[in-house]
Design a protein around this ligand. Sequence first.
Ligand SMILES: Cc1ncc(COP(=O)(O)O)c(C=O)c1O
Length: 385
Amino acid sequence: MSTPLFGAAALNQKLVGLPGSRARLETPAAVLDLDQFEHNIALMAESCRKAGLKLRPHAKSHKCAEITRRQMAAGALGNCCAKPGELLALFEGGVRDLLLSAPIASSMKIDALACAAAAGGRIGVVVDRADLVTAYAKAAQRRATTFDVLVDLDVGLKRSGVAKPAEAVELARLVSRLDGLRYRGVQAYQGRVQHIDDFAARRAANREMGRLLASMLDALREAGLAPEIVSGGGTGSHLLDGEDQLLTEIQAGSYVFMDEAYNSVDMHGRGGPEFAPALRIAVTVIGHSSLGFAITDGGSKSFALDGPPPRVFLGGELVGRIEWCGDEFGRILPLGGQSALPIGTVVECTVSHCDPTINLHDVLHVVREKELVALWTVEARGRAD
Ligand SMILES: Cc1ncc(COP(=O)(O)O)c(C=O)c1O
């Protein structure tokens, strides 16, 4: 860990390597359970291998260069990033293969991306309009470099991307003609499919998206613009994305940490998730309310709460749920019949939604069983620019 540490993380650094340090963390602290994290990395790598898919995980879920390195060591191609700031922070953190998975509208950001490409990055971008294609080409030419380019297809999310095969062909043709750009293929992210809880319903929705995608791919092939890369997919669809053999790679992100929002998604049709809740937020009981509930030192500045409420664990045992959060404080609803936890108890909470939660933390406290073993910087924390 190279950046200076402040607050709880600076105090916690002194605990690295001490037996039992996991239960003594200064809080609030983002905790990464290394065994569960490694399980998640290995499971996704194996699923992709079996399905014949490459993996370009989305960094929006973790924002941490050390995690990228571990994903790549398990076979991943690099990372996707949602924003230029996220991408540039990971580039500064030493990651060289990065795809910006959303269109942008800023000449200064385009130039900053071209500088990263000129400095040795393999920088991929997506485009869904002609003026963006020419802006990327001009920036690449000015910096004497090249962008890898995917044409962004709207296969139902209605957020970005072209929706008609003819538009996809037109953009791909433009990309293939301009210096500074390397036409690599298409992006088709089916975000609406990911959180459909029921396996059969999710499979049906994924197939429907596949039909839309197939018609676009046919048009591109007929125009002599066959894509080498067809990128899309996520954690919720990862076991389905190989079925129709349209995608060449998937962009799953949340699987590294998992969260309560994904916990109800039946990943494989046998009930329940298969990835482990590797990311936790450790909080301390600092008092009791007049109603007798334990109050913790972590609220909405430590957790994103746009999902089902976090579960609370003490030494691996489920003891309750976070039932209410203010900005800096939370209230634990204990499991039926249990009394409130004593003041000073450090508990670990699962996260409602991992992406915006990690965005609140500078450091991951990496634990193996009962011991704090390392601190990892979250380089792109706060980089929503
Ligand atoms: C373009 C894109 N690809 C991939 C993902 C990763 O999805 P998940 O975290 O569900 O795996 C997202 C998530 O929002 C996304 O926007």
